[in-house]
Design a protein around this ligand. Structure first.
Ligand code: GCU
Length: 681
């Protein structure tokens, strides 16, 4: 049945009959380079994919015997590729890219899938299959594609006990109990899915996990996973708890400047490389939300990161140090802490350290201005951290396509080197010449049959890979590709379904965090509204801290009269927000505290606008159900009904958000809900 397990790799028969016959004519046999683990994967994937899509078995050959030969290989592994005269294209493809090109060889019409590395050929093979899956023309191909970002990673927040922090799709797919001997087919399919979208790294443990993963018994299990992932071009990374030398090493301290601690990490890292010779490195959360770190010993983040970086450098590993620092020393505005802690460390990190920054300064909100660290640490490579799992976006029950959110951050202008200094250009290294570049996404994967819980959540995993490959790909294109591969190529389906996806993020912003409101979700679990909560221990754990609503007005003043977090942005960026009357209204209450009768450009005042946004958002959430209903003819029953039921829940949630927030904010504003919204139901 259609349970979603196959993700976007379903390889269902091509439905367009004219295209199908063109494909059959142009794809008749497969020739690959010398056999290797990766080449065998390429061969199997192409044969399986083509058999499914074309409903015909093509033969596997050693030489070109007829028109329609597909030749896959590197110049090293295949003489046909080596002698095909595509050296210039291959040069442009770099280490990981690919070339797909139509060529006559021995008088026969062929399609070459090539790259300088086998990994590149693998990506090319998946790209070629995607052309067929999305019913694109293949008669004259001239494609050269190379990733814009070097590290394209998933961060799993998976604990050793298989719970997944902020996971909404079941338990962890890593079965530590049966590893290392039992290799679940899921591990292989996970690697295939990632390779199909260019993901080349995975951090398999939670940033909050304990240090047990670094003990020999677990390293053996990690090795087994690394062995599965390697031929798919995926490196394994682990989180390193900073206090590991104490917890599993029996030392009295984890001070990064202590010689014994340094020695312990050197030996531990050496040991890891005996298991996993291409181990990627560590991801570290330190001095944040109670995690241990160098500041416990009055050392800086750079001291901590550099100590690990020195220990791992001989093995070419890297340290990814998170900038999500969040402790009690910024009670006035949590927004400012990462910038305050890290900007003074600009350039103080070793060459093999990256600082990983969340897209915004608060925490993965439905809409958030870009993080002021982007552009503020030019001498240190910054890695983007997105959240694919929908912690603050309705979790497992909401259809929210995240490409528009990710793109909004990537396209934001930091103004750091003048106009056009977008976040994407900071991240991809072009502004500062960094070679080490990366985008990570906190995974939304669990052991649910369909991996991600909500059938549409798969699109967000897909999006992460596509945008990490090339941040310039549009949301429309990503939605279109994913829908075609996952559901159907029918134009009537695509038009409506992609609109549903493309609007979804706007809708959740409207009914949960309109006009720049943020972090008013239920405390702890972050599901549903709780703007009234004010009794949490620390000020910034309370929603009231973020909306600051009272009888005078609403919003967080981050200008000079308030926390002045705005000063962390370059003047060009600051300008769009600093004046409440000219502020981009999407962020009005993010940066300003305004009276309830404050006038917006559309003529409504803030109270009326809140009512408008909440009511419109909830109504649009309801319309998503009607829209989905029109798609019934195009979707298999199982997935159709899953999505229908989930959209019903989402509509109820949207109504809950609307009612809860407006009733609460009304106790502050003491203003009536405008009459036009007073409809029964
Ligand atoms: C959020 C999230 C935590 C997570 C943290 C982090 O605060 O709620 O569960 O640990 O981010 O990114 O470290």
């Amino acid at each position: 049945g259609e349970n979603g397990y196959d993700l976007w790799l379903r390889y269902k028969p091509v439905s367009n009959h004219i295209l199908l016959s063109v494909y059959r004519k142009n794809i008749t046999q497969l020739i690959t380079g010398d056999s290797s683990a990766t080449m065998n994967i390429i061969k199997n994937e192409l044969l399986t994919g083509i058999a499914g899509l074309l409903q015909t078995e093509i033969g596997y050959h050693h030489s070109v015997t007829r028109d329609g030969a597909i030749i896959a290989g590197t110049p090293r592994s295949s003489a046909l590729i080596r002698n095909a005269g595509i050296a210039t294209q291959l040069q442009a493809a770099g280490d990981e890219g690919f070339v797909i090109t139509t060529k006559k060889i021995n008088g026969k019409q062929c399609i070459l899938i090539s790259g300088n590395s086998e990994k590149g050929v693998l990506y090319g093979a998946f790209h070629f299959l995607r052309l067929l899956q999305t019913e694109q023309p293949i008669t004259s191909l001239h494609i050269v594609s190379a990733p814009k970002i070097r590290l394209r990673m998933l961060d799993h927040w998976d604990n050793p006990n298989r719970t997944v922090e902020r996971g909404y799709a079941g338990f962890s797919i890593w079965n530590w109990h049966t590893l290392p001997t039992y290799i679940d087919q899921r591990y292989i399919d996970y690697a295939r899915a990632n390779a199909s979208i260019g993901i080349n790294g995975t951090v398999i443990t939670n940033v909050n996990a304990n240090a047990v993963i670094l003990t020999p018994a677990y390293l053996e299990k990690v090795k087994a996973l690394a062995d599965v992932f390697r031929p798919y071009g995926i490196k394994v990374y682990l989180t390193a708890r900073f206090s590991a030398p104490i917890e599993i090493g029996g030392l009295k301290t984890a001070d990064p400047l202590d010689a014994g601690v340094q020695q312990w990490w050197r030996e531990k890292i050496k040991e890891i490389y005996t298991y996993i010779p291409d181990f990627g490195g560590f991801l570290v959360k330190a001095n944040s939300e109670g995690q241990p770190g160098p500041q416990d010993y009055k050392r800086s983040h750079a001291d901590g990161a550099n100590m690990l970086a020195d220990a791992i450098a001989p093995f070419n590993g890297i340290i990814i140090w998170r900038a999500f620092v969040y402790s009690h020393d910024n009670p006035l505005d949590r927004h400012k802490q990462a910038y305050d802690d890290f900007v003074p460390l600009n350039g103080k990190f070793r060459d093999n350290v990256m600082v990983q920054v969340k897209n915004g300064a608060i925490d993965f909100m439905p809409r958030e201005p870009f993080h002021p660290l982007f552009g503020a640490m030019p001498q240190t490579p910054l890695m983007m951290e997105f959240q694919v799992t929908q912690e603050y976006l309705g979790q497992g029950t909401s259809l929210v396509f995240l490409a528009p959110l990710f793109k909004e951050t990537l396209e934001s202008d930091t103004y750091y080197k003048g106009k056009g200094s977008t976040v994407a250009k900071v991240i991809d290294g072009t502004l500062d010449g960094h070679r080490l570049t990366g985008i990570a996404g906190v995974a939304n994967i669990g052991n649910d049959i369909n991996w991600c819980g909500h059938p549409f959540a798969q699109a967000n995993w897909y999006t992460l890979g596509r945008l990490a490959w090339d941040p310039a790909i549009s949301s429309e294109q990503i939605a279109g590709e994913w829908l075609r591969m996952t559901f159907s190529n029918q134009p009537d389906f695509l038009k409506t379904a992609s609109q549903l996806m493309l609007e979804s993020r706007d809708i959740i912003v409207q009914y949960s965090n309109p006009i720049g409101l943020h972090h008013i979700m239920g405390t702890g679990h972050h599901y549903g509204p709780a703007p009234w909560v004010s009794n949490q221990q620390r000020p910034e754990w309370n929603p009231v801290y973020y909306h600051k609503s009272d009888s005078n007005g609403i919003g967080f003043d981050r200008t000079v009269t308030g926390s002045n977090a705005l000063a962390q942005y370059y003047p060009g960026a600051r300008k769009q927000w600093e004046n409440s009357h000219t502020c981009d209204e999407k962020y009005l209450l993010w940066f300003h505290h305004v009276p309830w009768n404050f006038q917006l450009k559309n003529g409504r005042n803030v109270w009326e606008e809140l009512c408008f946004q909440y009511y419109t958002g909830a109504e649009r959430a309801g319309k998503m159900r009607d829209t989905w209903n029109t798609l019934r003819p195009f979707v298999d029953q199982q997935r159709f009904e899953q999505v229908s039921m989930l959209l019903k829940i989402q509509h109820e949630e949207a109504t809950w958000w609307r009612n809860a927030c407006l009733l609460y904010f009304q106790t502050c504003s003491r203003l009536p809900i405008p009459l036009q919204y007073e409809k029964p139901g």
